[in-house]
Design a protein around this ligand. Structure first.
Ligand code: JFB
Length: 289
């Protein structure tokens, strides 16, 4: 996979040369090129922003440097594959959610271009024009506001990169990850343990040292249900009951969830809330303030 990143802060992308993604690049599994947007400006101040039409706070990124940057990066296609069309990824707080499924989809693309905005974002016409030339994905990494797209690109490239063939060792399969398509699609991973078997008086759960691989898999799945019920109950609500076996249903019943028609629902949705609106986990240990 080839990845181009256009930004006014190329040094912000330095982490892509380190660790998992850096090693994958060293091994030729992906190629990351970062580009300074200001190299496509022509004024002495290398201006990339201007005041917003219609007024309002902040600045907006000017379209001209972006247009020239995208023209240049797209034209820099490898001679052996002249028909190759990149997908343009634009991180933005108003984008569609960047999910594990989206990471897996983008990992299938041979060429991604990431456009990092700053200020209040990029002039809309840049994206509207790009849509007529290539697939464009406007994506958000979560419901909070960053100061620019660079950190979102680090997040997305790491999530995509670890899915590329050969990047993870066989020992670190992505199959059991939280959100992985299949058995973990709507589940969070349970706890992990390593040696020593006892640390500061705390023993590793005995089942994990039993050597009974069937029982261990069952215990791990039960732990995943418990973790998901506690931290992300809305994920349990989208589990497909048809994909649940008898032991799954027993584990979920113990956590206060049952099947109603073709949906999984909490036993007592309204009553599960404390009168002051706190979730059960919040009042388990402490009295109300
Ligand atoms: C991404 C960005 C800004 C508009 C823009 C460019 N989940 C996320 N939160 N914030 C961003 C994001 C993603 N992906 C994000 C790109 C840009 C934020 N900004 C700052 C602030 C307010 N409104 C500029």
């Amino acid at each position: 996979m080839r990845i181009d990143v256009i930004t006014i802060f190329p040094e912000y992308l330095a982490p892509l040369g380190v660790s998992l993604i850096g090693k994958a690049a060293d091994r030729g599994l992906l190629e990351v090129r970062t580009h300074d947007l200001r190299s496509w400006t022509h004024d002495v101040h290398r201006t990339v922003d201007d005041t917003p039409y219609g007024g309002g706070p902040g600045m907006v990124m000017k379209p001209e440097p972006w247009g020239e940057a995208l023209d240049a990066v797209i034209a820099d296609v490898a001679p052996e594959s002249p028909e190759l069309l990149p997908t343009l990824v634009v991180p933005t707080p108003s984008g569609r959610p960047f999910t594990q499924a989206k990471a897996a989809q983008l990992a299938e693309s041979p060429w991604l271009i990431f456009a990092c905005g700053r200020y209040e974002g990029i002039d809309r016409r840049v994206i509207d024009a790009a849509v007529e030339r290539m697939p464009v994905e406007e994506l958000s990494i979560g419901d909070y506001v960053l100061a620019g797209g660079e950190v979102a690109v680090l997040v997305m490239v790491e999530a995509i990169g670890r899915l590329l063939p050969g990047v993870l060792g066989n020992a670190e399969s992505v199959r059991d990850d939280s959100f992985a398509a299949g058995a973990m699609e709507s589940l969070l991973e349970g706890p992990a343990y390593t040696k020593p078997a006892e640390w500061r008086g705390r023993a590793v759960p005995e089942i994990l040292t039993s050597g009974n691989h069937g029982a261990i898999a069952r215990w791990r799945r039960d732990q995943a249900f418990a973790r998901t019920a506690a931290h992300r109950p809305e994920l349990l609500a989208r589990l497909d009951p048809a994909a649940l076996d008898k032991k799954d249903r027993i584990a979920l019943a113990a956590l206060g969830w049952h099947i109603e028609g073709d949906r999984l629902v909490p036993d007592r949705a309204a009553e599960d809330k404390a009168p002051d609106g706190r979730a059960p986990d919040d009042f388990a240990d402490q009295p109300p303030a």
